[in-house]
Ligand binder design. Sequence first.
Ligand code: PBG
Length: 330
Amino acid sequence: MSAQFPVARPRRLRRTPALRRMVAETRLSPADLVLPMFVKEGIAEPQPVSSMPGVFQHTRDSLRKAAQEAAEAGVGGIILFGVPAVKDGVGSAADDPDGIVQLALRDLNADLGDSTVIMTDLCLDEYTDHGHCGVLTGSGEDGEIDNDATLERYASIAVAQAEAGSAVVGPSGMMDGQVAAIRAALDGAGHPDVAIMGYSVKYASAYYGPFREAAECAPQFGDRSTHQQDPANADESLREVLLDLDEGADMVMVKPAGAYLDIVRRVRDAVQVPVAAYQVSGEYAMIEAAAEKGWIDRERTIMESLLSIRRAGADIALTYWATEVARRLS
Ligand code: PBG
């Protein structure tokens, strides 16, 4: 039997900062952090996102500057979201070689080399006029997402992004078979080295609210609950992860992070690939808003939220605070 009080005194190891640091079980480091960034076509100045204080829709130039700062702070990677000037039913701008993300990818590859990993979100919702993550059958409010037709679009977007220099594509649309379709397209187009980070576990979450302002992608009718997961379910997440790995995903993601740390842990325990978790816009907005009111200590809450994500088992955290936190860590 292990010793009891007064012999056992766990507080001994908490007495000084040096002791606490030495025995810390989990550490955060800049390389674990990935910064999501928005780049918008056709704007002259960066536009603040009102529901995400400190986050901007970037111009190509301001993106370069902010990405450079992130790389200098040592962040592990950045992931790009594009906001095109023109949207249509099939999201044509998404795989246009001169679409905004492709242009930004070329800029960033020229600037950053391999000082940080340049990744791309791969979805259609920012590019479609109806705001859905796929192409629709039927029209207007009767439209439904056509899973298999959407895969062809994703395959083409993957190739466009790879050609422009994305090192890792992150399909976030939750279409069945998306990883397989993208892997086949990348390999077929001569990009076997471009990796896939599956947004394998993506819940139909209210925490994405502020993102829809940032990416201008709120669905014009209906919602995403026919493709994103029900927050009530957990086993289903493992099924999604295993399917994505079978289809060739190199890494898997759980999203959102904070309200789904149980899922992060279960996925971590089930797989042998890197696990990412996305601290989404609503998680960011809640902490910023409470801090603005003086109700919580902003820096401490940010660090605690990220440490929790790592402690739950995520290797990589996507967070809008990546640059700030990376600077604080180094
Ligand atoms: C879809 C996508 C979304 C987010 C990332 N990719 C929104 C959605 O599914 O509605 C949300 C990210 C965030 O809230 O920070 N392309």
